[in-house]
Design a protein around this ligand. Structure first.
Ligand code: ZN
Length: 240
């Protein structure tokens, strides 16, 4: 069984469609979504619709949560805040109800999915360092857990200690634990503009971190046309 693991789609429909097509081409039959379906880009409704059509496990991200609030929580920076206000105004009640219903973490098959961290999933902390990963590993009951939130694809491995790898292929070995960031479909921040996602091949114990080109110009035009901050269009091209 091959799972396609999608995180931080952030209302980027062009990136999402390119990733879904790529995953199907690579024989993925199951899909998973690690949250932040909305926020930043111009197609929140359409992205929710596509994800719901997949009828797959989805966990909640901080932008999903923020989009359902009636007033700002003041947790966001100015750019994210302007985008989430626009998102709130452009989502229907049913979209918000669905976002509100999402769980913070979920067990799927023999692994776990979460948006931010396993130690305090609702606090939306960022896992960049080995120390951050140690805290999460303490609560990880499965050998493999996929997470998102940082928009930077990254693999943490707990063996004797915890180490970090930036690699395209991870072989899942017995007696180790893996905390794997799937990167971001709709707003990568590792300096690479291409959409990121993961493939988990269960039978072969292999995780692949994949990058996919998409129609960046159209996504950028939609941001401008929607009246969202121009910086959100510019950063897509930089992968920041
Ligand atoms: Zn995000």
């Amino acid at each position: 069984m091959r799972f396609a693991i999608l995180s931080d789609i952030h209302a980027n429909l062009e990136a999402l469609e390119a990733v879904l097509a790529d995953a199907r081409e690579r024989r993925c039959s199951r899909f998973l979504c690690l949250g932040d379906v909305v926020g930043y880009n111009a197609n929140p409704r359409e992205c929710i619709e596509r994800v719901r059509e997949l009828d797959c496990p989805v966990v909640k991200g901080n932008h999903d949560e923020e989009a359902t609030l009636s007033a700002s929580s003041e947790r966001f920076n100015e750019l994210a805040e302007r985008a989430i206000q626009w998102t709130r105004d452009n989502l229907g009640d049913q979209d918000k109800e669905w976002l509100r219903s999402l769980p913070l973490q979920k067990r799927v098959h023999d692994f776990t999915i979460v948006h931010a961290t396993l130690d305090t999933p609702g606090q939306w902390g960022y896992v960049f360092s080995n120390l951050d990963a140690v805290a999460s590993f303490t609560y990880q009951r499965t050998a493999v857990c996929f997470f998102g939130h940082t928009h930077v694809p990254m693999v943490f491995i707990r063996d004797q200690g915890v180490r970090q790898e930036r690699t395209e292929h991870v072989r899942i070995e017995p007696a180790k634990k893996y905390f794997i960031n799937a990167g971001s479909v709709g707003q990568p921040r590792d300096g690479n503009w291409r959409a990121a996602y993961c493939i988990y091949d269960i039978e072969n114990n292999l995780v692949e971190l994949v990058r996919v080109k998409y129609d960046l110009a159209t996504a950028q035009k939609k941001i401008s046309k929607a009246g969202l901050p121009q910086l959100l269009a510019e950063r897509l091209a930089m992968g920041r």
